[in-house]
Design a protein around this ligand. Structure first.
Ligand code: BES
Ligand code: ZN
Ligand code: ZN
Length: 501
């Protein structure tokens, strides 16, 4: 779908349908919409379809009529104004674009006056990225593709005067974020026999070539030889080769500056290993690389928008399988940091590959570290499907994550990493064990990771097990991978001050 800006007098606006927004049970229509009806489109104002439409969130209505170039008005419900925010706006726009596809509109017109009264920062950007997200489908493995897939072809932003400053930039950024999110969703949705670690590494290599990132990968032998023993214990029984993906983005004037380091869990399939997961818990485990996928999606946005901040991605990828060569519960492995770990549950594998990557990250002299991981089912028990947990050693990082997330419609809530939890990870035979009791497991995982964060580096751990994956389709989007995290990372990159943390 293409986005165009059309600077023409109102009489010349032409599209299969033109979009306006309606708040639920509002006394007045939004000013731009009201004025347009009064001056140009009495047929809309007079239509019973308009009077009948309640403006409920996620609902839409079409007003058919007799405009010269505009025969349909597509009304998007935003819900009650008092509850309105970026999440509601994105949901409404995504659902509306899915509706436009259903009705096979080829061109959708969006008058800029329609945004009058939508009080949201970056509203154009959110509109565009939500439109892209609403149209996302994953049909790579379907023999028959959806016939409506190419609709809508074009979005035309109509304005009689020059658009506001930075409008084109906002649209471009919205498109980049939308595409980056879709890309992350594709990677998560791809089956584990396709999106294995080698595949992810090749994707990273291609992206590096396209955008000029530095790319390097570590294979099985190098990972083992370098002493990333906790990471190696995860893939020992897997026929699929592991890859540690290293991607570096550095703006020209930032060479030598300490980067923001992003670490992403890239378990391309988590069977649980010898601690095998039961039926019911194993089927969706191709999603266990959603942390790595979100970071790759974010790098796509970096390549398109080139913000002025150096970022390094470290993505430990592997699959976790049972085999006669697999790690057995009770084994002790030596991590890259030198600390020994008793692996009592091979299903707590995420923390094993992440802990070595966190220690290893010191080689890149991080100014700050953020890791993203589908780490614990306990996080879903605690917060439900739509909220991620943040754990940290830095109030600055915690607030940055929560505020950035909130401003783009992704929710994070903190869990404490207090020393009282340390007891849980004490082992009889090694420095640490990889699991504590079930109660508090999300925090235990965070406590475990904290042990491996390079000293004096501000760090935040994001457990995205819930929101990374959607079991069922909603009006605002397809089931499967959600791309959760991409938008928060984009926002963090624009807010973080690496020189003053
Ligand atoms: N990949 C899972 C966590 C997960 C669960 C992600 C559900 C997405 C949806 C992780 O590796 C895991 O298995 N964690 C265990 C930890 C336990 C053994 C301490 C869990 O959640 O049960
Ligand atoms: Zn697991
Ligand atoms: Zn896992």
């Amino acid at each position: 779908m293409e986005f165009n800006i059309v600077v023409e007098p109102e009489a010349a606006w032409a599209a299969d349908a033109v979009i306006f927004f309606v708040f639920k049970d509002a006394e007045d229509y939004l000013p731009g919409f009201g004025n347009w009806m009064a001056s140009r489109a009495a047929w809309v104002a007079d239509s019973p379809a308009l009077a009948d439409f309640s403006g409920e969130l996620g609902k839409s209505a079409v007003v058919y009529g007799s405009g010269a170039n505009i025969r349909r008005v597509f009304l998007i419900g935003l819900g009650p104004q008092k509850d309105f925010g970026v999440e509601q706006f994105s949901q409404a726009v995504s659902a509306a674009f899915a509706g436009c596809r259903e009705l096979e509109f080829r061109t959708v017109g969006v008058p800029l006056v329609a945004f009058e009264g939508i009080v949201l920062e970056d509203r154009y950007e959110h509109f565009v990225s939500a439109a892209v997200s609403g149209l996302y489908t994953f049909d790579m493995f379907k023999s028959e593709k959806d016939k409506k897939k190419d609709f809508p072809e074009t979005v035309r932003f109509f304005t009689a005067e020059e658009p506001p400053e930075h409008f084109a930039e906002a649209v471009g950024k919205g498109e980049a974020v939308g595409m980056g999110t879709s890309y992350a969703r594709d990677l998560v949705n791809m089956p584990p026999n396709v999106a294995n670690p080698i595949y992810l590494a090749e994707e990273a290599r291609k992206m590096a070539k396209k955008y000029g990132f530095r790319f390097r990968q570590m294979k099985r032998k190098e990972i083992t030889d370098k002493g990333l023993g906790a990471y190696a214990s995860v893939f020992r029984g897997s026929a699929d080769e592991p890859r540690m993906i290293i991607l570096e983005y550095c703006p020209k004037d930032r060479e030598g500056q300490k980067p923001l380091v992003l670490v992403g869990k890239g378990v391309t399939f988590d069977s649980g290993g010898i601690s095998l997961k039961p039926t019911g818990a194993i089927e969706d485990m191709k999603c266990d690389m959603a942390g790595a996928a979100a970071i790759l999606g974010f790098f796509h946005v970096l390549g398109e928008t080139c913000p002025d901040i150096p970022v390094t991605a470290l993505l430990p990828c592997a699959d976790n399988m049972p085999d006669s060569t697999s790690t057995r519960p009770g084994e002790v492995v030596t991590s890259f940091s030198g600390k020994t770990i008793e692996v009592l549950n091979t299903d707590a594998e995420g923390r094993l590959l992440l802990c070595d990557t966190l220690s290893f990250s010191s080689q890149f002299e991080p100014a700050a570290i953020i890791d993203l991981a589908t780490l614990t089912g306990g996080c879903i028990v605690a917060f439900g499907w739509n909220v991620a947990a943040v754990m940290d050693n830095s109030k600055y990082m915690r607030n940055l994550v929560m505020e950035s997330g909130m401003s783009v419609g992704e929710r994070f809530w903190p869990m404490p990493l207090w020393d009282i939890y340390k007891e849980e990870l004490k082992s009889e035979v090694a420095d640490l064990k990889n699991v504590g009791s079930r109660e508090g497991m999300t925090i235990h995982a965070g406590m475990f990771l904290k042990e491996f964060v390079p000293e004096n580096v501000p760090w935040a751990h994001l457990d995205i097990a819930g929101p990374a994956w959607r079991k069922k389709k909603t009006p605002a989007g397809a089931a499967g991978g959600t791309g959760f995290g991409v938008r928060t990372l984009v926002e963090i990159a624009s807010r973080i001050d690496l020189e003053d943390i």
